[in-house]
Write a protein that binds this ligand. Structure first.
Ligand SMILES: Nc1ncnc2c1ncn2[C@@H]1O[C@H](COP(=O)(O)OP(=O)(O)OP(=O)(O)O)[C@@H](O)[C@H]1O
Ligand SMILES: Nc1nc2c(ncn2[C@@H]2O[C@H](COP(=O)(O)O)[C@@H](O)[C@H]2O)c(=O)[nH]1
Length: 188
């Protein structure tokens, strides 16, 4: 599907909860609006300050299942064993046709599906400087209760064990360094 496109690239940004994927992608988006940043569908309730259509499209479980049935998602997963998350298919394909760089910030299950559907897609895995720093960032964000944090950290162990699947690994120590590395990798 991608082979007819020369300029575009699909870049999957993944990594454990709290490593900084959202923060890095926000910075990248502000600096390089010419790339396409997929807005995921989710059944998770919005956090304070999250805007429908900007951070996510917030939908009900029924709406999400309908999107699955209609084949409207490029990939989808139940993440951290709780909520559905998925990437709208058509918007990504349109951006590819337009020759844009496409950025998907999604979990490892979704990354694997994207690689199956679009083998040319590249998986960029962000790692924390240390496990303690990951826990510190997740706790410091303060958006989840203790149980949810523990669930996310359990997923994080599984995701970090799969690091060999990545095409590129970037340690997110200094935020600006990480953004600079991504800009260079994506050729923005
Ligand atoms: N390089 C960094 N150095 C220090 N703190 C950072 C860095 N990058 C992100 N953070 C902070 O870590 C916390 C988690 O970041 P963020 O929400 O972007 O993580 P995430 O990987 O998107 O997590 P999730 O998968 O749970 O959505 C935030 O408070 C953010 O400000
Ligand atoms: N498979 C997919 N995973 C996604 C998508 N959008 C986000 N995510 C991942 O979910 C977790 C949790 O996100 P949060 O906003 O609740 O903290 C995180 O790893 C995201 O990368 C998607 O469309 N598909």
């Amino acid at each position: 599907m991608l082979s007819r496109v020369s300029k575009s690239g699909v870049w999957v940004i993944s990594g454990p909860s709290g490593v900084g994927k959202g923060t890095v992608c926000q910075r990248l988006r502000a600096a390089h609006p010419e790339a396409f940043y997929s807005v995921s569908m989710t059944t998770r309730p919005p956090r304070p300050g999250e805007v429908d259509g900007l951070h996510y499209r917030f939908v009900s479980v029924e709406q999400f299942r309908d999107l699955i049935e209609k084949g409207e998602l490029l990939e989808w997963a139940v993440v951290h064993g709780t909520n559905y998350y998925g990437t709208p298919r058509q918007a990504v394909l349109d951006a590819v046709d337009d020759g844009r760089q496409v950025v998907l910030e999604i979990d490892l299950q979704g990354a694997r599906q994207v690689k199956q559907n679009l083998p040319e897609a590249k998986l960029v895995f962000l790692t924390p400087p240390s496990w303690d720093e990951l826990v510190h960032r997740l706790e410091g964000r303060g958006t989840e209760d203790a149980d949810t944090q523990q669930r996310r950290l359990a997923t994080a162990k599984i995701e970090l064990d799969a690091i060999a699947e990545a095409d590129h690994v970037l340690e997110n120590a200094d935020l600006e360094d990480t953004v600079r590395s991504l800009v260079s990798l994506l050729g923005l």
